[in-house]
Design a protein around this ligand. Structure first.
Ligand SMILES: [Zn+2]
Ligand SMILES: [Zn+2]
Ligand SMILES: [Zn+2]
Ligand SMILES: [Zn+2]
Ligand SMILES: [Zn+2]
Ligand SMILES: [Zn+2]
Ligand SMILES: [Zn+2]
Length: 354
């Protein structure tokens, strides 16, 4: 298969811009300090005892001197002073914190001592002063282990091999796809060719005769592939035929009569449904009309009752006026429940009269 073809490494690989393998020396220039205690470096000449810590017995780091004249690393002194009654580990004299001082003279002498590079075992033959160690490791030592410049690559390589690693060995270096010419990380090239690359020739999953099919053309092809499964366009009218695109063409050509029959059945069942709906609609219209008639008769009755009320009111007014006239005494009043009673029939019983 073409996708597994090996690429010509010199031709297809992208060359990266030059790496900055020697950063500015002044930027990180400082003295190497171990996390705890003194220096464990291999010194060229044996170190005098006066340069060794009275606690950890290593070569002093940031030396401090006590009143009794003994020297300790800065971190070792801090550990001694943290006890309740600090004593010098060399002479057992009590240590007074305020009398302890930084021994800068001693520090200068120690930093000037010659050491072998700590990457000696990896092959660095360099001899240098202790004070220069950090600068050497950060900028110069060809045997210092460094992380690859590509964030995704977790490999660590010696400084002398970094250039080669980045250009030729790193799994994350850019590679050119031989099919689509796009740039992809080396490590994903195979996956790109196998699943993503639009320019790789693929075969139709339905085993049709088309041979020169690119991945980018596959989905368009599948909708018209002679071997792709298909359903009859008369399925919604009841046709249950299933087959490939090719078989479907033959089916549609030969089943015209059957399809027309299906359409007839479908349309007659549709007609039945329509007439059912029409009947329902007529019934509903009837009941609406009868409700309307009821409302009208109620309205007429209400008007009649209002008219009756107005008549009764005017009769009462007339009687009151007669009672207050010149023949009648001013003391006469209309008796309660008198000769004219006014009765208002209730709405629910329209037949009642005075
Ligand atoms: Zn120490
Ligand atoms: Zn002492
Ligand atoms: Zn070195
Ligand atoms: Zn790498
Ligand atoms: Zn590609
Ligand atoms: Zn096909
Ligand atoms: Zn059909």
């Amino acid at each position: 298969m073409e996708s597994s073809k090996k690429m010509d490494p010199s031709g297809s690989l992208q060359t990266n811009p030059p790496l900055k393998l020697h950063p500015d020396r002044s930027a990180g220039a400082s003295v190497f300090v171990p996390e705890q205690g003194g220096y464990k470096e291999r010194f060229v000449k044996s170190v005098e005892d006066k340069y060794k810590c009275e606690k950890c017995r290593l070569v002093l780091c940031n030396p401090k001197q006590t009143e009794c004249g003994h020297r300790f690393c800065d971190s070792c002194m801090a550990a001694v002073l943290s006890s309740t009654s600090p004593k010098c580990t060399a002479c057992q004299e009590s240590i007074i914190k305020d009398k302890v001082f930084k021994d800068n003279c001693c520090k200068r002498e120690i930093l000037a001592l010659q050491i072998y590079c700590r990457n000696e075992s990896r092959g660095c033959a360099e001899q240098l002063t202790l004070g220069h160690l950090l600068v050497h490791l950060k900028n110069d030592c060809q045997f210092e282990e460094l992380p690859c410049v590509r964030a995704d690559c977790k490999e660590r390589v010696l400084r002398k091999d970094l250039r080669d690693h980045v250009d030729k060995a790193c799994k994350y270096r850019e590679a050119t796809c031989s099919h689509c010419k796009s740039q992809v990380p080396m490590i994903t090239l195979q996956k790109h060719e196998d699943t993503d690359c639009p320019c790789v020739v693929v075969s139709c999953p339905h085993q049709c005769r088309v041979q020169t099919l690119l991945r980018s053309e596959l989905s368009a092809h599948l909708s018209e592939c002679v071997n792709a499964p298909s359903t009859c366009s008369f399925k919604r009218y009841g046709c249950v035929f299933q087959g490939t695109n090719q078989q479907m063409k033959a089916h549609e050509a030969s089943s015209a009569v059957q399809h027309v029959d299906l359409l007839k059945e479908w349309s007659s069942s549709l007609e039945k449904k329509v007439s059912l709906l029409q009947n329902e609609s007529v019934e509903k219209n009837k009941s609406i009309q009868s409700l309307h008639n009821q409302i009208c008769s109620f309205e007429i009755e209400i008007e009649r009752q209002k008219e009756m009320l107005r008549n009764n009111e005017s009769k009462i007014l007339h009687l009151q006026v007669r009672g207050l006239g010149p023949r009648g005494g001013s003391s006469r009043t209309v008796p309660k429940g008198g000769p004219v009673s006014c009765q208002v029939p209730t709405l629910g019983r329209p037949g009642r009269r005075d």
